[in-house]
Ligand binder design. Structure first.
Ligand code: NAD
Ligand code: NA
Length: 397
């Protein structure tokens, strides 16, 4: 069939298998062009199908020649309906890995459940024995806690006071004011349940118990800090509480991994266009100003550039010393947070309105990145060609 983007609000209902494949091929090519990494050998990526997790899987496999097990939660194609982008991304990844003789297997299911943890660990035990790197890159609005059976939903709200600031509808370019009422106490608890560190710790405990971590194994989860304009709704809001919890959990996991000479870190990454970040008010306006500023300064990065830098300049350097900030975190948001970048954005923020944004912000870059997430608007893809949506994933366990 001919597949076109079908937008509904902040999501796109369709995705293009050939475009998603092209996205993956571009990331593989970028990684290969950077040269080989003396990096991990056997890697588990939880949240491996899109965004930072996919980039981590590609960097491990095609940068370090590592075997990877990827876990994700994606919808397969059904009659006349396309799959979610992460499904097609994973199909393309598996195909390329197989072609290159790199071990790769994938599991599609709820990573928060005991069942998927056990299934994944059984696969690791059978095929790889142990892993030396575990990347935790889940982004989800909902989690059922396997211990209590309670389903929690995260919210994006300020804490204690009403938040009001500019935002943009990136489809129309209209800048308006958004007001968000403060959260309740249960909103905080629920958001921490979903996006905090409890599930990461459960994964690491289960892997440890099963003796599936090699000596010196490392685990990493991703966090975000961001600028002052988004602070009330992001880092000092409900999601920020979850990130605080995630960062605190890194130290607990690190303690546990000491017995095998292992370690656990949080890496603070740059703001990027993903399905998740597009739904957060104010963030799209900030990202469009950020992209413009970083592109002008020639320091703009996407997920794959970020993760390659993480592996090459933080995790697997020749000295093997990992540079950390005062709170013990890895920072690859260093270029985003540079003073000249942030000062410029503060200046632009004042000027931003519907008439100025197309000049002072990178609205087009935002839109094209958003479409790219779903496999649309990629160079070298013929979107008028009849396309098979019914693509399956090799080595799906
Ligand atoms: P994403 O939406 O692109 O990826 C989420 C991944 O999680 C996908 O592979 C998806 O299949 C998987 N997933 C979701 N629910 C699942 C479930 N129940 N079981 C199994 N898999 C599930 O998100 P992303 O932007 O790459 O975010 C990954 C991490 O990076 C998050 O912790 C996020 O906060 C962090 N981060 C994001 C940004 C940003 O700007 N996007 C910046 C810094 C840090
Ligand atoms: Na991810």
């Amino acid at each position: 069939m001919i597949i076109e983007p079908r937008m509904r609000g902040f999501i796109c209902l369709t995705s293009h298998p050939v475009g998603c494949e092209k996205n993956v091929l571009n990331q593989i090519e970028y990684t290969r062009n950077q040269g080989a990494i003396a990096g991990p050998k056997k890697v588990l990526v939880i949240g491996a199908s899109t965004g930072f997790g996919l980039a981590s899987r590609i960097t491990s496999a095609f940068g370090a020649n590592a075997s990877t097990v990827g876990v994700f939660f994606e919808k397969p194609p059904s009659k006349g309906k396309t799959a979610t982008p992460g499904w097609y991304n994973s199909a393309a990844f598996q195909k390329e890995a197989l072609k290159s003789g790199i071990y790769a297997k994938s599991i599609n299911g709820d990573a928060f459940s005991d069942e998927i943890k056990q299934k994944t660990i059984a696969l690791i035990k059978k095929d790889l024995g142990k892993v030396d790197l575990v990347i935790y890159s889940l982004a989800s609005p909902v989690r059922t806690n396997p211990k209590t059976g309670v389903t929690h939903r995260s919210v994006l709200k300020p804490i204690g006071q009403t938040f009001s600031n500019k935002t943009v509808d990136f489809h129309t370019g209209i800048v308006s004011n958004v007001t968000i009422e403060p959260c309740s106490e249960t909103d905080i608890e629920n958001t921490v349940e979903v996006m905090g560190g409890e599930d990461w710790k459960m994964w690491m405990e289960s892997l440890m118990e099963a003796d599936a971590l090699s000596d010196g194994a490392m685990t990493l989860a991703y966090s975000y800090i961001g600028p002052q304009v988004t602070e009330a709704v992001y880092r000092k809001g409900t999601i920020g509480k979850a990130k605080d919890h995630l960062e605190a959990t890194a130290f607990e996991i690190a303690d546990m991994l000491k017995h095998i000479n292992g370690n656990a870190f949080v890496s603070v990454n740059k703001a990027l266009v993903t399905q998740a970040s597009s739904a957060i008010p104010v963030i799209p306006l900030y990202i469009s100003l950020l992209y413009k500023t970083m592109k002008e300064k020639e320091i703009h990065e996407g997920c794959i550039e970020q993760i390659n830098r993480l592996f090459r300049e933080r995790l697997y350097t020749t000295s093997r010393e990992i540079p950390l900030d005062e709170a013990g975190r890895i920072r690859i948001d260093d270029w985003e947070m540079r003073e000249d970048v942030q000062n410029k954005i503060t200046e632009l923020w004042e000027q931003a309105d519907t008439s100025t944004l197309s000049d002072i912000g990178d609205l087009n870059g935002y839109k094209s990145d958003f479409l790219n997430l779903f496999g649309f608007g990629l160079e070298g893809v013929d979107y008028l060609e009849d396309t098979d949506e019914n693509i399956q994933i090799d080595e799906l366990v």
